[in-house]
Design a protein around this ligand. Structure first.
Ligand code: LHQ
Length: 277
């Protein structure tokens, strides 16, 4: 298990990291904030927005300058899932094609990102919008947030990774309750079952997400990327495979400049300054 080689993509000149098509992209120090920005339709996902999001995620994956991603929504919603007006257009592709060509690559890109992703869930997360929140590594919710597994209401099945992610996050019994009954889940209920890590007042959501992002950004990027991969691989490996994967990753981490820096900082009783080397 190695981490992926990364180039210097991610400079402001990188076209995929320019705001467009309902995706606002803001970079501050080594934290990039992706804001789904179609508030009139509760940030519902159109094809151009999905393309912009996927391309941004792929560019971020190649960037050594970006260390943490914050994903949030503009206005009162996080994301209402697929834009249903777009689906009503006569040339809309079949659902399975839309999933295979747009949603699944987006979820895969989120899961494969070397950088940790924090979903700052500011309001309703419905349908594939809930899936995007679940595919993130960490979730902070505003008290106004709620999860609506809206798929069943329109005669569809949960998609965009939800059937895989939800039971892993909250357990099989709660996942079945949520997916089959479909009642909205408020922020504090989501906290109680571990679906979000913390709940904060609405005005504190972005400051809290950015404070957490800044803390994570001080960590060793390669070791964090490998930690993400180990945690995910653990879902489909047995203990012996996990032990071996950890040993291999630790070999790489142990040979890194960041490990040497961590040891030096410990000896010198100062905070480490990780370079990502
Ligand atoms: C919207 C939407 C929306 C467009 C609110 N689209 N306008 C993948 C593969 C391909 C296709 C199929 O889907 C999938 C995965 C999926 O994501 S399936 C699930 C799709 N999403 C939904 O079914 C959610 C639909 N929305 C709702 O149920 C409600 O709007 C929620 C519960 C999200 C919020 O309810 P409210 O807070 O009461 O807001 P609202 O319903 O009044 O919506 C406000 C506006 O946003 C309204 O427009 P308007 O012009 O009347 O102000 C809505 O039409 C619009 N909007 N969701 N998905």
């Amino acid at each position: 298990m190695g981490d992926r080689s990364r180039s210097s993509a991610g400079s402001p000149a990188d076209e995929a990291l320019q705001s467009r098509d309902g995706l606002r992209i803001e970079t501050r120090a080594s934290v990039v904030t992706l804001t789904l920005d179609r508030p009139d339709s509760l940030n519902a996902l159109t094809v151009p927005l999905k393309v912009a999001l996927l391309e941004a995620l792929l560019a971020i994956a190649r960037s050594s300058a970006i260390r943490v991603v914050v994903l949030t929504g503009a206005g009162r919603a996080f994301c209402a899932g697929q834009d249903l007006a777009e689906r009503a257009e006569p040339d809309a592709p079949p659902l399975e094609v839309e999933l295979r060509e747009r949603y699944n690559p987006m979820v895969r890109a989120l899961r494969d990102l070397p950088q940790p992703v924090i979903a700052a869930i500011n309001g309703v997360a419905a349908g594939a919008g809930a899936s995007l929140a679940l595919a993130s590594d960490l979730r902070i919710a505003s008290v106004d947030a709620r999860f609506v597994l809206a798929f069943g209401r329109i005669g569809l099945v949960p998609d965009s990774g939800l059937t895989w992610l939800l039971p892993r996050l909250v357990g099989a019994a709660r996942a079945a309750e949520l997916a089959l009954v479909g009642d909205p889940l408020g922020a504090n209920e989501a906290l109680a079952i571990g679906l979000v890590g913390r709940v904060v007042p609405a005005a504190e959501l972005l400051p809290a997400a950015h404070a957490l992002a800044d803390r994570i950004a001080e960590g060793p990027p390669r070791a964090l990327a490998m930690t993400k991969r180990l945690l995910e691989a653990g879902w489909s490996t047995d203990l012996d495979e996990a032990l071996e994967a950890e040993a291999a990753a630790q070999g790489l981490a142990g040979a890194s400049a960041d490990h040497a820096e961590g040891l030096a900082a410990f000896r010198e009783k100062r905070p480490p300054r990780f370079s990502g080397e």
